[in-house]
Each structure stands twice: as structure tokens, then as C-alpha cells.
Design a protein around this ligand. Structure first.
Ligand SMILES: C[S@@+](CC[C@H](N)C(=O)[O-])C[C@H]1O[C@@H](n2cnc3c(N)ncnc32)[C@H](O)[C@@H]1O
Length: 460
């Protein structure tokens, strides 16, 4: 009894060193241990390890600690292949072997459902991974800056504005790396000024390279702070000579003080304004700013899981809520009577219309609006969907939408989630009328802590 009280009262202070046993992986990829009942997050520590760590932040409910030394090493610990892994904020799990990453992602989903949906044994399948979990990203979006007078391009360190120069990146498709490195070199050689965030001077802000996996077409977009680029003709000529694989070069102007990459205005500097991409049977034209899933191989697996969960016979009305550019709806359209998508961003809906036309999906329509407003409105007008697919942002479903789903009662809800915590909370609420049938995690971003999953709920 005395020991218990002592432990409850114990506080943790910044600078304190401690030895911890790591129990699991947190939602951001950190190891989770407990010190006198308080949860301690240790970046770089793996489940099963005993580590020595120093507290860097002490809050009422949790603490964070810096890994000082691994005392007992996990069998899953591996050498990260990336030379700047420790500094770069792109990946957070390269120190864990891939099979263990997949198992941990499944475990994170199970734990979330246990905690928030109060399910003892949630039906979560093993995570669907990649045979080759490298070179999977079709787009590189690298900020440009200066370091010791030299032009650098890369990603920011986690939680800071310190740019890490990336000469290569193992998760990027090689074509995007070549474009970024070559563009970087040409910009430097031509002396085109780099944008300085603090002084708000200079020109080049971001280099964006994208490759269409199905056709091999590539696109370069230079985001600039000014409408003019000095020596632009030489720039285009050099880019075309050194990167003959490019089908288009675009400029996007962003003169705002913002963390958003793109501004409103995009100009074609040379070649085609878009690249042709395919996903399964579907074709897409991707303009410089058009949204497209970053890992095409896993996207197909994800969408096939949605299709399997929806179990369509050709007679159903399917709602695709939070539809983005309509890709899930279009994936399902050949197997449904009708598909209707709802999306907040008008440009995405325009893309969805174009995508529907391009793929002759005459039974698919897309609508601008808030899912939690439009779905109840349609329900009042008599719309009765058979299957509702939801793919919300990390914040999960709006309460008004959950109420509407419980009221309209589609036979099936297929929930595509990128956040196991909000998924589990929403599932908990939907279980008033729905039964949780299956949860299938799909690894969309190997070596990062992201966990995507497809959940099937059926009406009780
Ligand atoms: C995870 S993305 C969905 C992507 C899409 N389903 C796909 O597979 O490409 C979430 C989308 O929800 C949209 N969104 C956010 N809040 C919304 C709301 N209240 N109603 C409708 N769409 C919303 C965002 O603009 C974003 O496009």
C-alpha cells in the first residue's frame, strides 16, 4: 500500500535520467515505457528494449525522454540505411526491421480499439506491407535553402525549421531524386537566388518532382516567391538537356508567409501541363497541384480492401464521403449502381469530375460540401445509401455525421482511416447500431509511423 502511494506521488523532472523497459510503439513511432506509472515516450527506442534515457519534457500525464543508451537491444533493431536518418524528419522507423514495423502497426490499431472502443479482441488482420518497402513515393517536395553559402534542398527536422539537405532519399522513387538533384545543381550554377524565409528575399522556395509510376512520365514544378525567375530561358534549356525524361516544367508562385507549399498561380514553363498516371484500370491526368496518393502500389491494395469490404453486387447506392479527387468512388463505380462523393475542397471536386469523365464513370457524381451537412440533407430528401465509405482527415468523423449515419443506417460503413485513435473513438460510437466486422491495416508509408486501415462495420 505504502509503495503504491509513493509511486502515485512521484514526479518526473526535466534532466532526470532513468532506465526504462519499452512496452510498445506510440502513434508517432516513439517507444513507450513507464516510470512510476507515468507514460514516457522515448524516440528511437523499440518495444522489448531496456533503455537509459534522460527526461526532456515532464507533463502532468506524460513525459518525453531522449535515448541515451540501449541497455538491452531488441532483435528487431536494424541499422537505418539513410545517412541523415537521425536528423531528417521524414522517416521515424528505419531503425526497426520491416516485419516488426508491420506487426507494430497492427498492434497500434488493436490497442487503440481496446482503449477507445472497449473491445477485448478487435478483429484486426496483419498489416498488408510491401515486398520492397523502398522507392515507393511518387513525389518529392523539397524545400530549398542555403547552408554555408551552398544551395541545399530537403526536409525540415522534426519539430523545427532546420532544413536537412538530402542528396538522395531511399523512400523516394529514383526518378524524383534525379530531378531534384539536377534542378538543384542547375539553379546553383545559374546563380538563381534562393528564397530566404526570414528576410523574405530571393526566388526559389521549393522543388517538386513527380513521377507517374504506370507511364514513367515525370514533371518538375518550381515554387517561387516571385512571378519572374532570373535567367528562366537558360534554366528551362538546361533542365530539358539534363533531364530529357521530363514531360513538363511548371512554375507555381507563392509569395505568402506560409507553411503551405503551393500558391494559387501555376504557369506552364515548358511541355505538358500534366502527366498521365494509371491506377489499376483507372487513368488520371495529374497537373502540378493535383492531389494524388503518394504510394500508388499500396493505394491499389488499400482500394481493393475497400472494394472487398463494400461487397458490391451492382445494385447499391454508395456514398464516398471525404472523397478528395474521387479515386475511391471511381474504384467502386464499376461495381455499384451509383456512386456519390462529397468533398470540401472545390478544386478537388473539379478534379473528381474530370477523373470521372476520363474514366467514363457515368454513374459517379461528386459534390462540394461538408459530409456532415450534405449527407443529412440528402437523407431528408429521401436518399438511402446502401454503403457509405468514409475517408476523413486525422481528426476523424464529425459528431453530426456519426448521428446521421446512426439515423440513416446504411447496411455497411467502410471506414478508411489514417489515425487509429480517432478511428477507434468513432467505431466506439457507431457500435450502438453497428457491428465491427474487420479491420485491415495497410502500410502506405513504410519506415514512418503512419498507420492506414480499412474497417468494415455492418448494421446490427
Ligand atoms: C484523407 S483525405 C481523402 C482522400 C481520398 N479519399 C483519396 O483516397 O484520395 C480527406 C479529405 O477530406 C476532405 N474533407 C475534410 N473535411 C471534410 C468535410 N467536413 N467534409 C467533406 N470533406 C472533407 C479533405 O479536403 C480531404 O480531401
Amino acid at each position: 500500500m505504502t509503495t503504491y502511494k509513493k509511486e502515485q506521488d512521484a514526479s518526473i523532472r526535466v534532466g532526470q535520467q532513468m532506465t526504462l523497459t519499452i512496452k510498445s510503439l506510440g502513434i508517432n513511432g516513439e517507444g513507450i515505457g513507464y516510470f512510476k506509472r507515468k507514460i514516457v515516450f522515448v524516440e528511437g527506442a523499440l518495444p522489448g528494449e531496456v533503455v537509459h534515457a534522460e527526461v526532456t519534457e515532464a507533463r502532468e500525464k506524460y513525459a518525453t525522454a531522449r535515448l541515451l543508451r540501449v541497455v538491452e537491444k531488441s532483435a528487431s533493431r536494424t541499422n537505418p540505411p539513410c545517412p541523415v536518418y537521425a536528423e531528417c524528419g521524414g522517416c521515424s522507423l528505419q531503425h526497426m526491421d520491416y516485419a516488426a514495423q508491420l506487426a507494430s502497426k497492427q498492434e497500434i490499431v488493436i490497442e487503440s480499439l481496446r482503449k477507445y472502443a472497449r473491445l477485448n479482441q478487435p478483429p484486426v488482420s496483419p498489416t498488408i506491407g510491401m515486398d520492397n518497402p523502398w522507392s515507393y513515393r511518387n513525389k518529392a517536395q523539397f524545400q530549398v535553402g542555403k547552408e554555408n553559402g551552398k544551395l541545399i534542398a530537403g526536409l525540415y527536422q522534426t519539430g523545427s525549421h532546420q532544413l536537412v539537405n538530402l542528396e538522395g532519399c531511399q523512400v523516394q522513387h529514383e526518378a524524383t531524386t534525379k530531378i531534384v538533384q539536377t534542378a538543384k545543381q542547375i539553379i546553383e550554377e545559374l546563380g538563381i537566388p534562393v528564397y530566404d524565409e526570414k528576410k523574405r528575399t530571393g526566388v526559389i522556395r521549393t522543388i517538386v518532382a513527380r513521377v507517374a509510376f504506370a507511364t514513367g512520365e515525370t514533371q518538375l514544378t518550381l515554387v517561387t516567391a516571385t512571378p519572374e525567375i532570373p535567367r528562366v530561358k537558360e534554366l528551362i534549356l538546361e533542365l530539358r538537356t539534363k533531364l530529357p525524361e521530363l514531360v513538363g516544367i511548371a512554375q507555381n508562385v507563392n509569395n505568402q508567409k506560409t507553411s503551405l507549399v503551393f500558391g494559387d498561380k501555376t504557369i506552364s514553363l515548358w511541355g505538358k501541363a500534366s502527366i498521365a498516371e494509371k491506377l489499376g484500370e483507372l487513368s488520371f491526368d495529374l497537373s502540378a497541384r493535383a492531389f494524388f496518393q503518394l504510394n500508388p502500389e499500396q493505394t491499389q491494395k488499400l482500394y481493393n480492401q475497400v472494394k472487398t469490404a463494400a461487397g458490391l453486387t451492382g445494385k447499391e447506392l454508395v456514398l464516398d464521403l471525404y472523397c478528395g479527387t474521387g479515386t475511391i468512388g471511381l474504384w467502386l463505380a464499376p461495381y455499384a449502381r451509383e456512386v456519390r462523393g462529397i468533398e470540401l475542397i472545390p478544386e478537388a471536386v473539379e478534379d473528381a469530375h474530370r477523373n470521372a469523365q476520363r474514366n467514363q464513370a457515368s454513374n459517379a457524381s461528386f459534390h462540394v460540401g461538408r459530409a456532415e451537412v450534405l449527407m443529412p440533407k440528402w437523407a431528408k430528401q429521401g436518399t438511402r445509401p446502401d454503403v457509405v465509405v468514409v475517408d476523413p482527415p486525422r481528426t476523424g468523423l464529425d459528431d453530426a455525421l456519426i448521428r446521421s449515419l446512426l439515423d440513416v443506417q446504411p447496411k455497411k460503413i467502410v471506414y478508411v482511416s489514417c489515425n487509429p485513435s480517432t478511428l477507434a473513438k468513432d467505431v466506439g460510437k457507431l457500435m450502438q447500431r453497428y457491428e465491427l466486422k474487420s479491420v485491415q491495416p495497410v502500410d502506405m508509408f513504410p519506415h514512418t509511423a503512419h498507420v492506414e486501415s480499412v474497417t468494415l462495420l455492418t448494421l446490427k
